[in-house]
Write a new protein. Structure first.
Length: 73
């Protein structure tokens, strides 16, 4: 996986770097028949975002909480 974006960065630059890196990693996983699952990518990117942009508070939600907050009422 790619290293943590070089910081300190503003959030837009960090997200841009993370997005580019994520697509490269997903492609590499498919090419070697070892695809990355959604949770692994999310967890890794949350860690990298928190490291690159110290002014942002990153909170990881459980599957249950994410399911509840994403529902349309």
């Amino acid at each position: 996986m790619l290293a943590v974006p070089h910081g300190p960065l503003d959030i837009c630059d960090a997200l841009s770097q993370l997005g580019t890196g994520t697509w490269l990693e997903l492609k590499a996983g498919l090419e070697c028949r070892q695809p990355l699952d959604e949770e692994s990518v999310t967890n890794y990117n949350l860690m990298r975002l928190a490291s690159a942009v110290r002014s942002v508070i990153v909170e990881k939600h459980s599957k249950k909480r994410e399911w509840k907050s994403g529902r349309i009422s």
